[in-house]
Design a protein around this ligand. Structure first.
Ligand code: ZN
Length: 658
């Protein structure tokens, strides 16, 4: 592992806390040191308070902050003198400790200090860095881990046997550090947990971390436990996996009691791991470091036996809950990691971001397991210790922090024609309500609309059936299924009277506005049927259906046929709890078709200003893409739970429709 310290970069940061921010970010940049909120750092700094008194403060990472993106407000200033007195107590419960930390900060708006604050305080160094480095936990979680750590580090580190994070760990570290630290001590290894380094400057502490972790990496390399062969497992089956994935996801949703995203990763790392002969042994030991448990649960599920997994989880809870200090309420028993010889790795989360975090953690876990296996075996902490962290009130608080999830949390919507206009607005309205979105458009710009884990843009020509099924497969692998379908894509050819309509043009309009929607409905039907909250389809129709105009024969006929298809679908799919409703917008002007020139010429032909032309309806109001999209999203929500086959105009009121 290389130091990422860069003098030029470092020059942008000044002061004790500034440099603390800089090297914390350097740690955060290396995923094999810390992942998603893991690890913490601190600096001890003298400051003068409002009364002119000088006091020493511990700036320690606040909970909820990620080292990679941390900034000054992410550090909580706590009075050192009080922390050192706390460290002398015989015992301190977790809620008492949190209370003491929060009431002895000097900035009311600072986040809750890390639960490892007292541990940071007792180490007599200005800067303290803590990570869950992959290489270190690999060594500590292998046979004779303790002896190996001694061999690697000699007197450079003090070794702490596993103690759950919190006050007791801080006390144990204080005791051992006082007894064992010498002139050469630059760090501390916490068995089955991680590593600390410290120093008088930010750079010294950071580079000692890099040095200590490199020694563990070198040790693994010297024992043939570093390079991991990645056999390219047999390619995933060519047949569609959509239904199998959606069925698995539905079972996981039922076990969880809420909708979840399931991301499937059939690459060679995951397939090779999931197909190992010793999978049953190596995957069922436990997490690499205890705090992963709140993301991954203690064990992955092997194959598709969700009921068996739930039963085993309940047994684990029943076994360990009675021994806890306070009474515990069982968390949902659904798996977060699934290993399957056909699907590879599947990761589960309440949101796509959560599922992506689980993926990151488990990819590192697989490598840690394989390297420890090369050293003779991967040994995690006993279930009892993991249970204590999983059901630790302070860890639970991190998860509860989110509050009530948004209405479509854990659900996935597929939107066609998503690169612009109403389709794009639908993407926004659905994302805003917590859905993951599969966005299809023939315009490749759709792929770059957003870079966020809950958005997948796919270039897709709806005129090609194979492109539709391929896109669906890709979308289901990303999110686990399709719960909502927004049929929006359509073409609007130039105005032509019937005697001038070319057969080719007619067919093209029918192909996109009608045929493609049949294919989408047919192919998503098995998925919609499995939606935990019932499938929902919203069709973007047209005012042309109830009130056609001259010169738009192909468009009006295609939308009218789609309307009839929708009505039949409502009849056929009601028994599967799939609702299908239609919106009939009138010309929505903030779309690509309505360039300024087109608008101006249309307005002129009616003898109106552009402004008045846009509001040419009974309510004298403009209808925007956003207006249509918001209604489309609501039609998928609880307000429309008892409505199917509705046709709702969004046109500002139109005499011919009324
Ligand atoms: Zn830790």
């Amino acid at each position: 592992m290389k130091s990422l310290w860069n003098d030029k970069e470092a020059a942008n940061f000044s002061g004790d806390l500034g440099l603390r921010v800089y090297t914390s970010r350097l740690l955060g940049r290396e995923p094999s040191l810390v992942l998603h909120g893991g690890g913490n750092t601190s600096v001890k700094s003298k400051e003068t308070n409002i009364l002119g008194q000088e006091e020493t403060l511990l700036y320690v990472k606040g909970s909820g902050w990620d080292l990679e993106t941390i900034d000054k407000p992410g550090f909580s200033p706590v009075r050192m003198a009080h922390l050192l007195e706390l460290a002398r107590l015989d015992s301190l419960s977790d809620p008492q400790m949190v209370n003491e930390l929060k009431t002895h900060m000097t900035l009311a708006s600072a986040p809750t200090p890390s639960v490892e604050a007292i541990l940071h305080a007792i180490l007599p160094f200005k800067y303290v860095d803590h990570t869950h480095a992959d290489a270190v936990v690999t060594v500590t979680n292998s046979p004779n881990g303790l002896a190996r750590v001694q061999e690697i580090y000699g007197d450079a580190v003090v070794i702490i046997p596993y103690v759950m994070p919190g006050f007791d760990l801080a006390r144990e570290c204080a005791r051992r550090f006082a007894a064992e630290a010498g002139n050469n001590t630059i760090g501390m290894v916490l068995m089955n947990h991680g590593i600390f380094s410290f120093g008088e400057t930010a750079r010294e502490s950071y580079e000692r971390m890099i040095d200590l972790v490199s020694r563990a990496e070198d040790y693994l390399a010297a024992h043939d436990a570093w390079e991991l062969p990645r056999p390219a497992g047999p390619a995933p089956a060519a047949t569609s996996r959509c239904e199998a994935i959606a069925r698995l996801r539905r079972q996981v949703c039922d076990a969880a009691g809420f909708p979840v995203i399931v991301s499937t990763h059939p690459d060679s790392q995951c397939l090779a791991f999931a197909r190992r002969g010793d999978l049953e042994t190596i995957s069922q030991q436990g997490p690499a470091t205890p705090d992963h448990v709140i993301r991954t649960k203690r064990l992955p599920m092997l194959g598709g036996d969700v009921a068996g997994y739930v039963q085993a989880y309940k047994a684990y809870f029943d076994e360990h809950a009675p021994q806890a200090k306070e009474s515990k309420t069982m968390l949902d028993p659904a798996p977060r990691v699934v290993l399957d010889p056909e699907l590879g790795l599947c990761t589960v989360g309440r949101t796509a971001r959560d599922a992506a975090i689980v993926e990151d953690i488990y990819r590192h876990t697989m490598d840690i397991i394989l390297r420890a296996t090369a050293l003779g075996g991967f040994h995690a902490l006993p279930a009892r210790e993991i249970f204590d962290v999983e059901y630790w009130d302070l860890e639970q608080a991190k998860l509860r922090k989110g509050g009530t999830p948004p209405v479509f949390s854990g659900e996935t919507a597929l939107v066609t024609g998503a690169a612009s206009g109403i389709g794009r607005a639908c993407v926004d309205s659905l994302l805003a309500r917590g859905a993951a979105v599969i966005a299809l458009d023939v315009n490749p710009a759709v792929t770059g609309l957003y870079a966020r884990p809950d958005y997948l843009g796919i270039t897709c020509d709806l005129g090609e059936e194979t492109q539709i099924t391929a896109a669906l497969e890709q979308g289901v692998r990303a999110f686990g299924s399709v719960d909502m379908l927004i049929l929006n894509a359509g073409v609007f050819p130039a105005s032509r009277r019937i005697d001038a309509v070319a057969t080719q043009e007619w067919r093209k309009v029918m192909a996109i506005n009608l045929d493609a929607n049949l294919v989408l409905m047919r192919e998503t039907y098995p998925l919609l049927k499995l939606a935990p909250g019932g499938g929902r389809v919203v069709v973007i129709g047209s005012k042309n259906v109830p009130a056609p105009g001259p010169g738009a024969a192909a468009y009006s006929a295609s939308k009218a046929a789609l309307n009839q298809l929708t009505r039949v679908a409502a009849l056929e799919w009601g028994e599967d709890n799939i609702r299908i409703n239609t919106l009939h917008p009138i010309a929505v002007f903030d779309t690509d078709i309505w360039t300024e020139e087109v608008l101006a010429s249309r307005a002129r032909s009616y003898g109106l200003s552009v402004e008045d032309y846009k509001k040419k309806n009974i309510l004298k109001t403009e209808v925007t893409s956003h207006d249509v999209a918001e209604l489309a999203a609501e039609m998928c929500g609880p307000l429309f739970a008892r409505t199917t086959a509705a046709q709702v105009p969004v046109d500002g009121g139109n005499e011919r429709v009324i």
